[in-house]
Design a protein around this ligand. Sequence first.
Ligand code: ZN
Length: 164
Amino acid sequence: MRWPWSASPPPRLDDPQADVLLQDLLSRDASRIHAASSRLARLFSAATLDALAPHAERIEQACQGMQLGGALVSNDVHLKAALRRLRYWRERSGCLCALYPDYLFFDPRRLIEQGHVQLLQLGVAEDGWGDRHRVACTNCSQQWDATDREYHYPWWEWIVVADD
Ligand SMILES: [Zn+2]
């Protein structure tokens, strides 16, 4: 018996990165889905997001009922963040920086290296553990405080800095 999702072959995409991610996300292979969705949840390439965004429903359907596992954090948080990113992109809802608070794994150090945010000030978290990065989005200038957190695994708390 064939699974319904293998009845028609997955579409191929012209953007090479999008194509690799789509084949992984439709693979029904938990480790490929995990790796691809954690990448997609932090992806900024407009061409790749454009190519993948129309396939959000197909990806969601293909992953339905999958046991994605995950020891300390359930791996479906990556898939949920990836799907949310595609829909946010498709609806032209605004700057991608608005998604920082919704996904625990946006490391401000990496975003600074990649040029997505600019470091304005490095301080200490109010509880004294870890750093607090005051950054500005290089796309829309929104300012954020990104604070190192740890609870079984490192994560980052993002809080918008209000203008005053
Ligand atoms: Zn922004």
